[in-house]
Ligand binder design. Structure first.
Ligand code: SAM
Ligand code: SF4
Length: 358
């Protein structure tokens, strides 16, 4: 095929994606494999859709990583149970409350409580924590604590949790099974469907650059995100941790991660998509690049310094900086790209009579 003919095909495909027409799996695979010179066009299209569907505001969510204990053994993660080199910590309820109040005082409206799958935090403990945060701070509460029983999810919701983040990680059942020993992909999806049915604003997402991942698998990831009608999508690069079985695998997937993020914006339209910490870890400009390729959320880390370095999912996170520094750097950066930081809730906008309501 001549260069000009294939250029026309690529331009048409980006145009089709921007217009909101449904993309077939083959279309998504082609977008993932576009020659590098088309990346700026793809990112610009995603940026325009982001502007049109969710506006120019960047929503902030304050994250507290309250425990690095984990009952699981995911091959990719530094918190895996088998990593005996890691010193473990659990924040007390009072420490978590104090940190939530700091988030509130900074003006950030949402707290994300994240941890390993730590069975120490029983249904009762998590519910009490949610109730205390609601009563003492009135923050919007997002949980990211892994797979739990339906009963737990119900109780968390009744206690006042609003959102739940549970990435499907990869759409390939085989890869999932290999990477998460003892875990079942269907169960993960079932959890996501249950959370959605219970009325949680639900987040899913994947890692990009996993060993064995193909453009076809990434296309399926994007189809899963669309199919689940998720409200939030966490899309980040896989970064190998030396003390895991995947240690030593190189990662230069910034470009591919941005591509997946941009296509997710084009296919899901009005979802909330964070510029992930993993992207900021991979590249000094990673966060800003993501915000110009479809992202509209930033999640500064408020975990107290004594614990932050121990939440060692992948190397390099400590260089990403303190939450207040991040917010102040973001303010400077955003002026340069015509965006504003928004200290408001940032629910997924819904279209009503062509009006966008946050
Ligand atoms: N334990 C919960 C779970 O797995 O859903 C939440 C905490 S877990 C540390 C949060 C996310 O970290 C996971 O969804 C996964 O995508 C990401 N993660 C783990 N190891 C990673 C790595 N080596 N590189 C990039 N992201 C990683
Ligand atoms: Fe545990 Fe989550 Fe890490 Fe898996 S990804 S080892 S479940 S913290």
């Amino acid at each position: 095929m001549s260069i000009s003919k294939s250029s026309a095909i690529f331009e048409n495909l980006i145009g089709k994606a921007e217009s909101g027409k449904d993309l077939h799996r083959e279309d998504i695979i082609l977008l993932l494999k576009l020659p590098a010179d088309f990346s700026p066009d793809l990112f610009a299209a995603a940026d325009r859709v982001r502007h049109e569907k969710v506006g120019d505001e960047i929503y902030l969510r304050g994250i507290i990583e309250f425990s690095n204990y984990c009952d699981r053994n995911c091959l990719y993660c530094g918190l895996r149970k088998g990593n005996s080199k890691l010193s473990r910590y659990r924040m007390t309820e009072d420490e978590i409350l104090t940190t939530a109040k700091q988030i509130k005082n900074t003006g950030v409206p949402t707290v994300v409580l994240q941890s390993g799958e730590d069975s120490f935090y029983s249904q009762d403990i998590v519910c009490r924590l949610i109730e205390r945060i609601r009563n003492e701070t009135d923050l919007i509460i997002t949980l990211s604590i892994g797979e739990r029983a339906l009963n737990d999810y119900k109780a968390f919701q009744q206690a006042g949790a609003n959102r739940y983040l549970l990435k499907h990680e990869t759409a390939s059942r085989d890869l999932y099974k290999y990477l998460r020993p003892g875990c079942d992909w269907e169960n993960r999806l079932q959890c996501l469907r249950r959370l959605k049915e219970l009325g949680f604003e639900t987040g899913t997402g994947n890692m990009v650059g996993l060993p064995g991942q193909t453009p076809e698998i990434l296309a399926d990831d994007l189809l899963v995100m669309k199919l689940l009608d998720a409200d939030m999508l966490g899309i980040g690069p896989f970064i190998a941790h030396p003390d895991t079985p995947l240690g030593g695998i190189g990662n230069d997937d910034l470009e591919l991660t941005l591509r997946v993020l941009a296509i997710a914006r084009l296919t899901t339209r009005n979802t909330n998509i964070p510029a992930t910490t993993a992207l900021a870890t991979l590249h000094p400009q990673g966060r800003l690049l993501a915000l110009q390729a479809g992202a509209n959320v930033v999640m500064p880390d408020f975990t107290p310094d004594i614990y932050k370095t121990l939440y060692d999912i992948y190397p390099g996170r400590k260089d990403v900086g303190d939450a207040r520094e991040i917010i102040s750097d973001l303010k400077k950066d955003f002026q340069s790209i015509g965006r504003t930081l928004l200290y408001s809730v940032g629910n997924r906008p819904t279209q009503h009579n062509n009006r966008i309501i946050h």
